[in-house]
Every structure is written in C-alpha cells, then in structure tokens.
Ligand binder design. Structure first.
Ligand SMILES: NC(=O)c1ccc[n+]([C@@H]2O[C@H](COP(=O)([O-])OP(=O)(O)OC[C@H]3O[C@@H](n4cnc5c(N)ncnc54)[C@H](OP(=O)(O)O)[C@@H]3O)[C@@H](O)[C@H]2O)c1
Length: 257
C-alpha cells in the first residue's frame, strides 16, 4: 500500500474481532482486515475452519487468533467477551458477521427457530456491542460493522425470524451510532445481496433461482465473498470517520431495481 492509502485505510495497531470470520462473507472480511494491518480475532463454533483462516492470514504476514463459541448461547457470549478481554485486550473493530439462517415457511416457524435466530443474529451482536462499544468510546476510537440482509427491508422467501432479526440489527446499528459516534465510534451495517457461500448452498443448487437473482441485479451477477473486502476495510478505517448509522448495500444494485 502506498503511504497515502496506508494513512487513510491502514489498520496497523488495531484489534478486530470478526464473528463468523471462518466462512463466506465474514472470512473475506477477516482476511481483508488482517491484510490491511489489523490483528484479527475470529469467533465461530467450529475450530477447523477458523484454523484455516488463521493459516491464511499467516500466509499474508498477518496475525490471526480464534475463539470457539456458540453465539446463540447468551452465557457463551459472556464467556467469549471475558476471553477476548483477558487474552487480547479491548477490540478497536467489531464485525458481527456470524449468522443463523433457519427459514421455514412462516406457518412452520417454531419458537425454537425464533429463539436461536434472534439469539445468534441480534442478541449476540447486542451483547458484544455492549461489552466493547462503551470502551471504544472511552478510548475515542472504534468501529462496529453489522452484517444485515435484504430481508431487513423487505419480506422475501420465508423471512420469518431471520428478517425480523436482521431488521432489528439495522435498528441496533442506528442506536449504537447514536450513542457512540460523537466519541469516535462509527457504527454501520452492510447489506449483501444474494452471495454464494455455505449459507446459500440450497439457493445456488437451483440454476433457475441463481439466474433469477442475478438478473435482478444491475451488475448482472450474484455476490461473491470478495465483494466485501474493500467495504470492510473502508468502514473499519479512519477513512470512514464521518460515516455512521448507515446501511451500505453491497448487492450489485439488487435493492435498487
Ligand atoms: N450469503 C448471503 O447471500 C447473505 C445475504 C445476506 C446476509 N448474509 C449474512 O452474512 C453473514 C455471513 O453469511 P455467509 O453467507 O458468509 O454464511 P456462512 O458462510 O455460512 O458463514 C457463517 C459464519 O457464521 C458462523 N456461525 C453460524 N452460526 C453460529 C453460531 N451459532 N455461533 C457462532 N458462529 C456461528 C459460522 O461458523 P460455525 O458454523 O463454525 O459456527 C460461519 O463462520 C450472515 O450474518 C448472513 O446472515 C448472507
């Protein structure tokens, strides 16, 4: 990176916690933040995929660590927060990319589906934000990035609990921005389109659906995890100093048609 880009986008000296950083969109963001200079701390359930990302980061000369936890479990989130602070200190950047995608038809949506979806997709980001946001504000610098969904804004394909949780996460992003922005903590959401990851294998197994979604975009294709690299670096960097409380749609124009 040349010196000018380094000055405005460089993340040297920052600690970035990335939930869901072991797969898909979160993985792309985690690797991007590491390559831009941050020390990256991954949080997800499975250790093996996290170890792969830590190794990938190492390959780029970046530093990564991992903590395994089920973010749908409130108590486990509390323990993760303690482990992060004890082992690595207070994060400068928090990316909430972990997501649960249980989407049965509305009539079949159970209270268990509701609880797990809300816990992982909304309560965990709330808990992590409450633990780290005020400390970022005290230090006068921080960034929170919440990965939301088209379904936060429109009903579509059994949105059920998932859409409700993501809509809540957009609201939480605004509340966090309102509370902490004046203390240097910018809080934003990123709304993907339809992105090929393990989460969307079922959609991508159906060529007609894939083509239909691609046709709805303005760029003529569905999303790939690499689409989220630059926006993650931007929103995590000094460059985003005046961007807060927003949802950035990284969806190839899907939501604009
Ligand atoms: N793909 C899309 O089209 C799309 C569109 C809109 C929004 N999104 C959102 O983008 C984010 C990333 O999705 P993705 O498509 O990249 O999915 P993905 O490839 O399936 O990755 C999901 C990540 O979340 C972790 N995770 C899931 N449940 C968890 C739990 N209970 N506790 C801890 N970690 C958990 C997974 O690791 P473990 O399984 O090991 O825990 C994995 O690292 C999600 O918030 C999703 O809702 C995706």
């Amino acid at each position: 990176m040349n010196a000018y880009l380094q000055e405005i986008f460089g993340l040297q000296g920052r600690l970035a916690v990335v939930t869901g950083g072991s797969s898909g969109i979160g993985r792309a963001m985690a690797v991007a933040l590491g390559r831009a200079g941050a020390k990256v701390l991954l949080v997800a359930r499975r250790e093996a995929p996290m170890a792969e990302v830590v190794a990938e980061l190492r390959g780029y000369g970046a530093v990564g660590h991992a903590i395994s936890a089920d973010l749908a479990d409130r108590e486990a989130v509390t323990q993760v927060i303690d482990k992060i602070i004890a082992g690595y200190g207070q994060p400068d950047v928090l990316v909430n990319a972990a997501g649960v995608n249980r989407r049965p038809p509305m009539d079949e949506l159970t209270i268990d589906d509701w609880d797990v979806t809300l816990a992982a997709n909304l309560t965990a980001p709330f808990q992590l934000g409450q633990a780290f946001g005020p400390r970022m504000a005290e230090r006068g610098w921080g960034r929170i990035i919440n990965v939301v969904s088209q379904q936060a804004f429109r009903a579509y394909g059994n949105s059920g609990a998932y859409g409700a949780a993501k809509a809540g996460l957009v609201g939480l992003t605004r509340s966090q921005a309102e509370a902490w922005s004046r203390h240097g903590v910018c809080c934003n959401a990123i709304a993907p389109g339809v992105v090929h990851t393990p989460l969307t294998e079922a959609v991508f197994a159906d060529p007609a659906k894939v083509a239909g979604h691609a046709a709805r975009t303005m760029i003529g294709r569905n999303g790939v995890p690499e689409d989220f690299v630059a926006c993650a670096i931007f929103l995590a960097s000094d460059a985003a100093v005046a961007v807060t409380g927003q949802t950035l749609f990284v969806d190839g124009g899907y939501s604009a048609t």
